[in-house]
Ligand binder design. Structure first.
Ligand code: HEM
Length: 317
C-alpha cells in the first residue's frame, strides 16, 4: 500500500504528540501492530455483565426482579453522568442546559414506561415468596437514587417538610441530613425505631452522601439554572425541562413504583409487610412526600395538588 501524504501527515502529528512527553512513537506503533482487534463482547464487558444475576431462590421471576433493578441502576448512572457534565460545565448556556436535562428526562421516561415489567411481569405468588429471602434489602437503599436527588436541587428541599422551617440552605449539612424526608419514611411501624434497612444504608453511605451534598451546594441543577442569564432563566424551554424533570423524578416514576407496591403488597384484608419494614402506604405516595425540586417554578395551587390527581387514578385502578 502506498504511503500517501495523508498517512505521512498523520504520522507527523503522532510524532509531535509523543515528542511532547518524551515518548517513542515507534514503540506505540508496535503496540498498534500487536494489539488484538477489539470485539463487541470485550468492549461492553458482556461476560461480566451477564454474570451479575445471582438469585437467592429458584423462582424464575426473581431473575426479572434482579435484572430490572440492574437496568434501573444503569439509567440512574446515565442521569448522574449528565448531571455531572452540567455541574462542571464552564460557560454554561441554555442550549447545553436544555439538551442535557432533556436527556435525563428521557432516561426517566424510559424507566416510567418500562415499569410495567415489574407490576405486570412477575407472578405474584412467586414474588411473595422470593421477597422473603431478600429481607432487609430494599430499593430504598439505592444510593444512586439519593444522589440524583441531592444533585438535582438545593438540599433543604429534601428535608422533611414538617421540619424544613427549622433550617435554611446555610444550615450545617449533617443536621439537615438527619432530617431528610426519607429518614422519616424508614421507621418501623410498630416501634417507631429506625429500620435495619435504614441503619445499614446509613452506615455505608452517610459520609459519602453528606460530602456530595456539600459539593453540590453550589452546582446542583437548580444552581446551574441560576447561573444562566436572566433572559435564559425566563425562557419557557428552560423552565419546562426542569418542571418536567420534577414531575418525572418526583411524581411519574414514584407512581409507577407505588403501583408495583400496591400490586404485590396490598391485599384485600391486610397489607404485606415491605422488605424494608416501612409503613409504605403512608410513605411512598408523592402527595404525602411532597418532594419538589423546583418550588419556585410551580404555582401555589400546583404545589398544593402535587401528585394528587395522578395518585388517585393509580390507587383506584
Ligand atoms: C415489585 C417491585 C417493587 C416493589 C413491590 C417495591 C416496594 C418498595 C417498598 C415497599 C418501598 C418502601 C421501603 C421498604 O419498606 O422497602 C420501596 C422503596 C424504594 N424502592 Fe421499591 N419496589 C419495587 C421495585 C423497585 C425497583 C425496580 C426499584 C429500582 C431501583 C426500586 C427502588 C426503590 C426506591 C429508590 C425506594 C425509595 C423510595 C423513596 O424513598 O421514596 N423499587 N420499594
Amino acid at each position: 500500500m502506498e504511503l500517501t501524504q495523508e498517512i505521512i501527515d498523520r504520522i507527523e502529528k503522532l510524532q509531535k504528540k509523543y515528542e511532547v512527553t518524551g515518548q517513542d512513537l515507534t514503540a506505540y506503533l508496535d503496540g498498534l501492530l500487536y494489539a488484538d482487534y477489539i470485539s463487541y463482547w470485550n468492549y461492553i464487558h458482556l461476560d461480566t455483565l451477564l454474570s451479575l444475576q445471582n438469585p437467592r431462590t429458584s423462582f424464575p421471576d426473581e431473575q426479572v426482579f434482579i435484572m430490572y433493578h440492574q437496568i434501573t441502576e444503569l439509567y440512574f448512572k446515565l442521569a448522574l453522568h449528565e448531571i455531572e457534565q452540567l455541574a462542571n460545565k464552564e460557560d454554561l448556556n441554555s442550549e447545553f442546559f436544555v439538551r442535557r436535562v432533556m436527556r435525563i428526562n428521557r432516561y426517566f421516561d424510559a424507566l416510567t414506561h418500562s415499569f410495567e415489567i415489574m407490576y405486570k411481569g412477575m407472578e405474584r405468588d412467586q414474588f411473595i415468596k422470593f421477597r422473603m429471602s431478600l429481607i432487609p434489602a430494599s430499593g430504598f437503599q439505592s444510593a444512586q437514587y439519593r444522589m440524583i436527588e441531592i444533585c438535582s436541587t438545593d438540599f433543604i428541599n429534601l428535608v422533611d417538610k414538617e421540619k424544613r422551617h427549622q433550617f435554611t440552605n446555610e444550615s450545617p449539612f449533617d443536621e439537615m441530613f438527619k432530617n431528610l424526608y426519607w429518614k422519616q419514611g424508614a421507621t418501623e411501624e410498630e416501634t417507631g425505631k429506625k429500620t435495619l434497612t435504614l441503619s445499614q444504608f446509613e452506615r455505608k453511605y452517610t459520609d459519602q452522601l453528606t460530602r456530595l451534598a456539600e459539593e453540590y451546594k453550589v452546582k446542583n441543577l437548580w444552581q446551574c439554572y441560576k447561573k444562566l442569564t436572566p433572559e435564559e432563566q425566563e425562557d419557557s424551554k428552560v423552565k419546562n425541562v426542569l418542571r418536567q424533570l420534577d414531575v418525572n423524578v418526583n411524581i411519574n416514576w414514584p407512581l409507577m413504583h407505588l403501583k408495583s407496591a400496591i400490586t404485590y403488597l396490598k391485599r384485600k384484608t391486610s397489607e404485606e409487610k415491605a422488605t424494608g419494614g416501612t409503613n409504605w402506604q403512608k410513605y411512598l405516595p408523592p402527595k404525602f412526600q411532597e418532594r419538589i425540586f423546583y418550588p419556585a417554578l410551580w404555582s401555589d395551587e400546583e404545589k398544593a395538588h402535587w401528585g394528587r390527581e395522578w395518585v388517585e387514578s393509580v390507587m383506584n385502578e
